[in-house]
Design a protein around this ligand. Structure first.
Ligand code: SAM
Length: 288
């Protein structure tokens, strides 16, 4: 029997075929979009040709860092590139810009007694803060990354947290929490949950620094997404891949100042100021 006859005599079959076709098309589009975002992520994070000619770390520093680098596959999974030099230099830049941004807002990182790296990945940033007198903590939803940190970064304490559960810390625990390139990968409900949790674990008056995709990336949004963004609404792609680099969120400044940072005072916005996580905006918030 020919397909055309089959479609005619079996009730609902042609509707089913149309639905399956459309699902397949959506799935293909999503896969392409994920691939494009992963490539984009890699391109943004890979050192540019001009950066390659910039001064490199001294061999002594490079050797010391290489000795404790996470494996390639883990760097790729967390950072979107396995480039060892980028991992070390951009991680250092992230720690330096965090320190400088806090100082600009009157917060001396050396005076913080307890610090949490929320979404610490495989320790790209916290490794550059090991000189601090603070009790250093890192948490992440990726157990492989947390295991690596726990085994290789003895200066910190590391814990796994599920995306939607409460963080394994008491209320009012930290003077400083930073979340670099974390809210960039969460859908709206998990953004709100994460912010509520960070508010809970911060001490009153404690500082929160986050990095997000802001105006610098608005031109890369589709027309419909850009309209939402310009209207001050959070834009999220790949929300069903929450917490991974395949989910990409874009935070317009009015959204951060409004519902996102409720319970916080906004101290500062540094457009593209998260220099170790380019080209993301850095925000400094204070728990009210
Ligand atoms: C792009 S990586 C950035 C890692 C690190 N902050 C850095 O700058 O190198 C995002 C990390 O956030 C983690 N993550 C995403 N959502 C999270 C959540 N709600 N709680 C804890 N970790 C989360 C991911 O597992 C991943 O390791």
């Amino acid at each position: 029997m020919r397909t055309r006859d089959l479609l005619r005599i079996v009730p609902g079959l042609s509707r089913l075929v149309r639905t399956l076709d459309s699902r397949e098309r959506e799935s293909r589009l999503l896969t392409e979009e994920c691939r494009r975002l992963a490539n984009e992520n890699h391109r943004l994070k890979a050192p540019s040709r001009t950066k390659r000619t910039a001064p490199r770390p001294s061999p002594a520093v490079a050797v010391e860092e290489v000795a404790e680098l996470p494996p390639d596959v883990l760097r790729l999974m967390v950072a979107g590139t396995d480039d060892a030099e980028w991992f070390v230099t951009a991680g250092r830049r992230a720690a330096e810009s965090l320190t400088a941004l806090l100082a600009k807002n009157g917060i001396v990182i050396e005076e913080c007694a307890s610090v949490l790296d929320f979404g610490c990945g495989c320790g790209r940033v916290i490794r550059h803060l090991r000189h601090l007198p603070a009790e250093l903590h890192g948490c992440d939803s990726n157990p492989v990354a947390v295991d690596w940190c726990a085994e290789n970064l003895p200066f910190g304490q590391f814990a796994v947290n599920a995306l939607e559960s409460t963080l394994p810390y008491d209320a009012d625990s930290f003077d400083l929490v930073y979340a670099l390139s974390v809210f960039t990968h969460l859908p709206p409900n998990l953004q709100a949950h994460g912010m509520r949790e960070l508010h809970r674990v911060l001490k009153p008056g404690g500082a929160l620094v986050i990095s997000v995709h802001g105006d610098a990336l608005a031109s890369r949004l589709t027309r419909a997404e850009r309209m939402d963004y310009r209207a001050g609404r959070l834009v999220v792609r790949g929300g069903d891949l929450a917490g991974t680099n395949h989910c990409a969120a874009f935070h317009p400044p009015p959204f951060v100042r409004g519902p996102f940072a409720s319970g916080f005072e906004v101290l500062d916005l540094a457009p593209e100021g998260a220099t170790g996580n380019p080209p993301q905006d850095a925000w400094v918030l204070r728990k009210k």
